[in-house]
Design a protein. Structure first.
Length: 362
């Protein structure tokens, strides 16, 4: 599967407490059945798949196309395994808003509980967030970050989401450690979206040369980089016809702040693009500036293709935006159906869940 994201209508508000409690209890039993039959690794694989994640949210009874399905389902999962992490064989860290910033501390606490150094997981959590906010600039501000990992720390997955107040949409990003060969080159698990736009996509394979050039530029003396930025700024001031994709006005950039960052990169000389964007202070504006220099001064273009591909989880019955993917659909249904069948949940909740599953399938 290729890299990608999920776009959902941005809905505000919270799930009713009674619904959230039911989602928590039902997800505990479903995940317990999956762990029992396939192991905790299977849970990570399934949740990192946006097709399965969307179906799971429907089975739990949440609004099928709301942005809240991401935060609520992840919250229910986190609460369902709380205190039972060793039994499930997995931990869940992070969440929405301020809770997302607690992710590193929660990962470290899990490491203390297991007696294992999870510092590599802390790094993975941070670089994943940095990639989706800085290396892929698609107009969505991250506000939710959920990091799931098995008890020995060897496998992990991430479900994070950003919002765009202008188009009233939320975009979900799925990651799986099984799929990653490079954090900054086509790293995501899969793609689902119903809209796309021009972006700065520095994680596309087409951006390989641009990433290398940007890293090389960061090794240059700050005065030389600022000199190039002034050249670009001069073009803007003389109404040079800049490409639309460069949605940054250098008049809005604080040159003094950029100079401090460039001094830092010059002194540290990061070995590659991943190490570059992981440096403190290396945010979207700085990376955009370096990307502009890379293209306009050195001729190395970066991809402007939005990595999103599909609209809803399994397509539409009328073929819009694409025909229903029956194979993936059936696979999602099959494992959920078997999980429900083998679980120990109450008869009433089981019947309701299976009915929702049937409605979703039909």
């Amino acid at each position: 599967m290729r890299t990608g994201t999920v776009n959902l209508p941005l809905h505000r508000g919270r799930a009713p407490r009674w619904l959230f409690n039911h989602m928590k209890n039902l997800s505990r039993e479903i995940l317990s059945a999956i762990v029992s039959e396939h192991g905790p690794e299977e849970v990570l694989d399934r949740l990192s798949d946006p097709f399965w994640f969307q179906a799971f949210g429907c089975v739990l009874g949440f609004d099928w196309h709301s942005s809240g399905v991401t935060t609520t389902v992840c919250g229910a999962i986190k609460e369902s395994v709380k205190g039972l992490e060793k039994d499930f064989g997995l931990f869940v860290a992070g969440g929405k808003g301020g809770t997302s910033r607690k992710t590193p501390a929660e990962i470290e606490a899990a490491g203390d509980k297991m007696g294992i150094d999870f510092s590599h997981l802390v790094y993975n959590s941070k670089i994943v967030a940095k990639v989706d906010s800085t290396a892929l600039q698609d107009g969505y501000q991250l506000y939710h970050h959920c990091f799931l990992f098995i008890c020995n720390g060897s496998k992990w997955s991430v479900i994070q989401q950003g919002m765009n107040d202008q188009n009233r949409m939320a975009r979900r990003y799925h990651w799986s450690s099984n799929e990653i060969e490079d954090f900054v080159c086509e790293p995501h698990k899969a793609i689902c979206c119903d809209s796309s736009s021009q972006v700065i996509n520095l994680i596309a394979e087409d951006s390989n040369k641009a990433r290398d050039t940007i890293t090389e530029i960061s090794h240059m003396e700050p005065r030389l980089i600022l000199k190039d930025l002034k050249i670009i700024k001069k073009y803007q001031e003389t109404k040079y016809n800049m490409p639309k994709r460069h949605y940054i006005n250098l008049g809005d950039v604080e040159m003094r702040r950029l100079e401090k960052i460039f001094i830092s990169t010059y002194e540290q000389k990061p070995k590659d693009f991943e190490k570059l964007i992981s440096l403190p202070g290396m945010g979207p504006k700085t990376v955009r500036s370096l990307a502009m220099i890379s293209e306009l001064i050195y001729g190395e273009k970066y991809s402007i293709k939005d990595p999103v591909r599909f609209s809803f989880a399994h397509g539409g019955k009328d073929g819009i935006p694409y025909p229903v993917d029956r194979e993936t659909y059936d696979r999602s249904i099959d494992i959920l159906h078997r999980a429900l069948k083998e679980s120990k949940i109450g008869r009433t909740d089981k019947i309701k869940a299976i009915r929702r599953l049937s409605d979703f399938y039909e």
